[in-house]
Design a protein around this ligand. Sequence first.
Ligand SMILES: Nc1ncnc2c1ncn2[C@@H]1O[C@H](COP(=O)(O)OP(=O)(O)OP(=O)(O)O)[C@@H](O)[C@H]1O
Ligand SMILES: [Mg+2]
Length: 326
Amino acid sequence: MQPVVEVENVTKRYGPTVALNDVSLHINSGELFALLGPNGAGKTTLVHILCTIHAPDKGTAKVAGIDVVRHPRQARSRIGVVFQDPSLDDRLTVYENLDFHGRIYGVPRAVREERIAEMLALVGLEEVRDRLVRTLSTGMKRRLEIARALVHQPKMLFLDEPTVGLDAQTRHKIWEYIRTLQQRHQLTVLVTTHYIEEVEQCDRVCIIDHGQVLALDTPAALKARYGQERLRVRFKDAGDAAAAAAQYAARVLRHAGDEVDLASEGEAFVEAFLSAHGTRIRALSVESVSLESVFLSLTGREIRDEAAGPRDQLRAFGRRGGEHTA
Ligand SMILES: Nc1ncnc2c1ncn2[C@@H]1O[C@H](COP(=O)(O)OP(=O)(O)OP(=O)(O)O)[C@@H](O)[C@H]1O
Ligand SMILES: [Mg+2]
């Protein structure tokens, strides 16, 4: 079967910044596909190219077999998109926002009404149907944006950081909707995120950094190939921590004060470490292979360090209107 998204050797520059550097990837029909990367990795740029907002400088991109540069209108009719920054008209009601979108996409009135009711039910917003959008919580607005993206029954849904700045409970709900949509409506979904724990539930994950694809596979395959078990040790004395860090220099993942994290590999290593240093240790834990460790071994950085960068905090702040929960 032909992939729903085909990106071939796409490069995009903004002045001196290379936002995407020779990116190629395919997304298969019905897949829940994650684009994972820190701030500035190029995630939004790729989504914007696929949504026909920007054209690539080089390479080609197709959605449902349609070249997005040559036939933008046709491509647009097949995609739904939730942008990273809010784009609802908050002077209109929930229903009016959905209806307006349906009209723009030429959805006939009867179909539109039915579809809007279905989407409002899906994201649990039936009761606020006639409320002005500006009176909704941040989580409700996000859910409304997802509903709006689906009014014209696209084959492909793009969600650019759908959960950024939301509380844990709302994030969980949003993911429930995403999975329901993918499974019940056979949608193909591309989600961008820098919350690494969220991509565990995706079919495949593309890790992108500085505009380049570093790895692309299922979460399990990524962990098997690049993952690293971590031994976290807290010594009674910072001097002992420094000595251990020197002794295991090649394995040190982190060293700060009395704490040392080492690349571990199975029980034998942990036991040997304990018998050599046991009396000097205050606390010890073993962290199994995680996607965090995949990201770290691919980029040399922890994604968490950057996840709450100033841009992120600003965005979350900008969204915060009224209550903060769904
Ligand atoms: N309109 C623009 N003009 C100039 N530079 C831009 C523009 N849009 C993006 N960039 C730059 O291109 C690079 C990629 O940005 P992009 O927004 O695609 O990253 P991202 O992965 O979506 O980041 P974030 O997690 O912060 O949303 C960054 O260096 C960014 O500063
Ligand atoms: Mg972005």
